[in-house]
Write a protein that binds this ligand. Structure first.
Ligand code: HEC
Length: 118
């Protein structure tokens, strides 16, 4: 294989790995991975919520920023997990499985290190 062909294959592989579909099909990380949770939040929540570790307003002004959720009373593991299993008036059914919910909870926990959820 020529050098050029090799670099084309590598570039293609990189593009495939960077797509959301490839992310969803990737092997499941151990439960409660904050890094995976951030990836899911960026894909599924960032359209409405500010999912970053700052207190800027969310794209959807009614959706609390993740740092606010992380510090709210709601943000116990059990409550967030339940919230994520139902559709709310403005919030579509997110179709998250238990592992993905665990990852999001872990990510939320990572945003509130001084006041960890229980
Ligand atoms: C289509 C917009 C939209 C998307 C997408 C969305 N949300 Fe929401 N979310 C909202 C809105 C708006 C609220 C405020 C409560 C309400 O009006 O239902 C909310 C509220 C919440 C709350 C409750 C916050 C509180 O303290 O009351 C949690 C937790 C939450 N969202 C998590 C998520 C997660 C995690 C995702 C991604 C997996 C997500 N949301 C995706 C719009 C959205």
């Amino acid at each position: 294989m020529s050098r050029y062909a090799k670099s084309m294959v590598l570039a293609l592989l990189a593009a495939v790995c960077a797509t959301p579909a490839a992310f969803a099909d990737a092997p499941k990380p151990p439960p409660g991975s904050a890094m995976a949770g951030k990836g899911i939040a960026t894909l599924k929540c960032a359209g409405c919520h500010n999912v970053n570790n700052d207190s800027k307003g969310s794209p959807n002004l009614k959706a609390p920023p993740f740092v606010v959720i992380a510090k709210s009373k709601l943000a116990t593991v059990r409550e967030v997990d339940q919230w994520l299993q139902v559709a709310h008036h403005d919030m579509p059914d997110l179709g998250l499985d238990a592992g993905q919910r665990g990852d999001i909870v872990a990510y939320l926990q990572s945003l509130s290190p001084q006041d960890p959820m229980q």
